[in-house]
Design a protein around this ligand. Structure first.
Ligand code: DX5
Ligand code: ZN
Length: 219
């Protein structure tokens, strides 16, 4: 298995009454990034949090804040999330007609730029913006909720995107239903960043849960 796999716990599954402590706990448990699922109740049928929450938990970890915007439109809020402490901002290709402009705006603020694809969206939709991407996020569930079933059919899309990326320095992230079993399949298909909410926060040993997702060869 690839030992360059990054683990990004999603705070969507964390205890919302203690989010700062939870972020500190997964940071100390070995998380590489912190994944923040922003939902607006419009692009997805759920509402989570906004830039003020990002600002509030920013002091809890120095790890990369991987902000996944499941909102439409996204452009009016990019600056607020950048100022709140996001390091990488991901917008959905389905969120509006001007993806290229959104990605340029994110990079112009000195942040890394990502795009996310819902399960039904083809990888061809981002073929013309590869040079503006630091990350591609393949949704392996329909966005909106944690604890859903992994959609194995997305592995073909992951493989095709890994081929499209070629030698470019673009991370390939998967999000949704990722656990010790499905993470091995996603890595084998070409993913190198794993978002996991339930598989980590629904356990009482975050370090063990994170290690189990890495599938590093046993020494
Ligand atoms: C869906 C969310 C979830 C979350 C991870 O919109 O993005 O995929 O991050 O949820 P789990 O790991 O619990 O499936
Ligand atoms: Zn996410």
């Amino acid at each position: 298995m690839n030992d360059d796999v990054l683990i990004a716990p999603s705070i969507l599954a964390a205890d919302f009454a203690r989010l700062g402590d939870e972020v500190q706990a997964v940071d100390q448990a070995g998380a590489d990034w912190i994944h923040l699922d922003v939902m607006d109740g419009h692009f997805v049928p759920n509402i989570t949090f906004g830039p003020d929450l990002v600002r509030a938990i920013r002091p809890s970890s120095k790890k990369l804040f991987d902000v996944h915007l499941m909102i439409a439109p996204a452009d009016p809020y990019l600056e607020a999330f950048a100022k709140a402490g996001a390091d990488l901002i991901t917008v959905h290709v389905e969120a509006g007609p001007h993806l290229d402009r959104s990605l340029q705006a994110i990079r112009a603020m000195g942040k890394q730029a990502g795009v996310s694809l819902c399960p039904a969206t083809s990888e061809q939709t981002i073929a013309h913006v590869l040079d503006k991407l630091d990350l591609i996020l393949v949704m392996t569930v329909n966005p909106g909720f944690g604890g859903q079933q992994y959609i194995a059919a997305m592995e073909e899309k992951i493989r095709r995107l890994r081929a499209m990326i070629g030698p470019r320095p673009i991370r390939l992230e998967v999000d949704g239903g990722i656990n010790a079993e499905t993470s091995a399949r996603a890595i084998a298909a070409g993913a190198d960043v794993l978002v996991a909410g339930s598989a980590i926060f629904r356990t009482n040993d975050y370090a063990a849960a994170i290690s189990a997702l890495r599938h590093l060869p046993v020494a």
